[in-house]
Design a protein around this ligand. Structure first.
Ligand code: SF4
Ligand SMILES: [Zn+2]
Length: 338
């Protein structure tokens, strides 16, 4: 049985969150860097038919399929979703997710895509759309570019290591596919953002740390921005199943701090990490006492790129984390500490 077969079985058991087809899956505001300045950002997650790859099983840590619509939204539904949030956007960065690919015409038909982009162009300073690399084609990119002045293409590369991407994440594409997409974006004057995933399943803490250092270095040759997601345990995923069996622990916050210290100043990219669910058992965590301080420092680093906020961090749990790095190679993938 392949990982893909396991994921197909897994998806059959995953529950879909029922919502009206005219409601977005989520919308929130935050802050991100724009030309070196912290700037208001708006994140919209559209409710679409769902990621085609996810519907076939998809990635081992991805719970987004739960946000897919129970019945495929019509073009009018998608535009109603957009209108329900667009009046709250007056400037700043707009990040568009679909829990899949904004450029997949099966999720967002071309006329809907064009309308959303051209309207956003009236008030957003920059628009970022997430998509798998196979949808980044000359045809799609040049059509999108006609409607928006400043566009960035974000791709969930996850890691530059093909073995990990295929056999730990089940992502179904190769590093060279990401490189091709980034080159298409560049040829059209667009920038690229790479999302990386720290500690997908079946990796020791140390392997996960080394993988992120290498992945940042590799991706930075093609991506102006790199955002490191720290794996958290989303309901209904394979990671959730492993977590339940005590075979998975989300990454230590010490590990991401170490990654950022090691890559800082070595690339020309902006490197960020928003530690979602930090401090929870299902999210990245240290000992429970220092988690919020670490999460705050990571958010500050992401907005300032000032490494001194990470250099100041300390806690008694550092030695336990160091022992974990040293000894987990001997436990055949089982976490030493939860
Ligand atoms: S992580 Fe992205 S590509 Fe993978 S199943 Fe989820 S939405 Fe699809
Ligand atoms: Zn601690």
């Amino acid at each position: 049985m392949t990982l893909s077969d396991i994921m197909k079985e897994q998806r059959k058991r995953q529950k879909i969150n029922e919502k009206s087809p005219t409601e977005v899956a989520a919308y929130w505001t935050g802050e991100d860097l724009l030309d070196g300045m912290p700037t208001k950002s708006h994140t919209i997650i559209f409710q679409t038919r769902g990621c085609y790859w996810g519907l076939r099983g998809g990635c081992t840590m991805c719970g987004y399929i739960a946000d897919a619509a129970a019945r495929p939204p019509t073009p009018e539904d998608l535009l109603a979703q957009f209108e329900s949030v667009s009046r709250r956007i007056d400037h700043g960065i707009v990040k568009i997710f679909t829990s899949g690919s904004f450029f997949d015409p099966g999720e967002v038909p071309e006329p809907v895509r064009d309308k959303i982009l051209s309207e956003l162009n009236l008030y957003a300073d920059k628009v970022i759309v997430e998509t798998r690399p196979e949808f980044v084609t000359d045809k799609i990119v040049s059509a999108a570019k006609m409607h928006v002045d400043r566009l960035e293409i974000a791709t969930g590369l996850e890691t530059s290591n093909d073995n990990i991407r295929l056999n730990s994440i089940n992502k179904g594409f190769l590093f060279k596919d990401f490189v091709r997409a980034a080159e298409v974006a560049k040829a059209h004057g667009l920038t690229t953002k790479a999302y990386l995933m720290m500690k997908p399943p079946f990796l020791t803490e140390k392997d996960a740390l080394e993988d992120m250092v290498q992945s940042v270095m590799d991706a930075s040759k093609y991506a102006e921005t790199i955002s490191i997601n720290l794996c958290n345990v989303q309901r209904g995923t394979l990671v959730d199943e492993l977590f339940y069996r005590k075979a998975y622990r989300p990454p230590w916050l010490w590990s991401i701090v170490e990654v950022l210290k090691r890559v800082h100043g070595k690339t020309g990219s902006v490197i960020t990490s928003d530690p979602l669910a930090a401090g929870q058992n299902r999210g990245p965590h240290n000992c429970g006492k220092c988690d919020y301080e670490f999460a705050d420092a990571l958010r500050k680093y992401s907005l300032t790129q000032d490494i001194s906020v990470l250099n100041q961090l300390n806690c008694d749990c550092k030695s336990l984390w160091q022992k974990t790095l040293e000894l987990e190679d001997w436990t055949f993938g089982s976490p030493l500490v939860y």
